[in-house]
Design a protein around this ligand. Structure first.
Ligand code: ADP
Ligand code: MG
Ligand code: MG
Length: 204
């Protein structure tokens, strides 16, 4: 199994920042339909801070890279998504410890720990029309025998699309009640971008 080193995590977060920049307008448009029209700018601010911090500090092991990124998201993003994504990355980073290289399986397990912490912090369940509806299917696909980052990315895309008919039960979109139905969740969409970036760097 290929080992993932700090440079891989560096490339992942850099590719994620680029994808978020490219799609920022779309994320904000989705959030304008069922939220407060700031998800693109929130994510862009957060991931710009992540790439700047990574350039400034020596990379350290994979776990330290994720903890550094999570800390930036928590401190730089005002919206709900900052603490949630920040918690995901920090907890995943902690789970990786100080290993210089990690396997895909170890990363999958660490991300599971991080996503569990997101569910705990935000109190959302699958089907509540949140980022979890992309994150959980992605992790399930990755945990499957022969699971790959490409399969995880595909599952995250499907999960994000599947939020369209859902009724939002958490976050700002829940204030709309039935009117949240028929729109794709912005956070599930950005989660799919994070997995797309992972698949992209793994295949290059
Ligand atoms: P805010 O809603 O504070 O403006 P953002 O627009 O950046 O923050 O992020 C909104 C996204 O955050 C939603 O689309 C949803 O996916 C996610 N989200 C909001 N609340 C929760 C929660 N309690 N649990 C999981 N995800 C949530
Ligand atoms: Mg918002
Ligand atoms: Mg906001």
């Amino acid at each position: 199994e290929p080992a993932l080193d700090a440079a891989f995590f560096h490339r992942w977060l850099t590719a994620a920042a680029a994808a978020i920049s490219r799609e920022a307008t779309r994320l904000t448009d989705l959030d304008s339909a069922i939220g407060d029209a700031d998800h693109g700018s929130n994510m862009q601010r957060g991931f710009t801070a992540v790439t700047e911090a990574l350039e400034k500090e020596p990379p350290g092991p994979p776990g330290a890279v994720l903890i550094l990124a999570g800390r930036q998201l928590i401190s730089k993003v005002g919206g709900a998504s900052g603490p949630l994504y920040g918690t995901l990355l920090r907890r995943a980073g902690k789970a990786l410890g100080d290993a210089e290289q990690v396997t895909v399986r170890q990363l999958a397990d660490a991300l599971r720990t991080g996503v569990d912490a997101v569910a705990q912090l935000g109190g959302a369940a699958p089907g509540d029309k949140t980022m979890l509806d992309a994150l959980l299917p992605a992790l399930d696909a990755l945990a499957t025998d022969g699971g790959s980052f490409a399969a995880a990315s595909e599952a995250a895309d499907k999960g994000a699309l599947a939020t369209v008919p859902m009724l939002a039960r958490k976050g700002r979109a829940s204030y709309l009640g039935e009117r949240s139905i028929g729109h794709q969740d912005p956070g599930a969409t950005s989660s799919a971008l994070l997995f797309a970036a992972l698949a992209e760097v793994a295949s290059s």
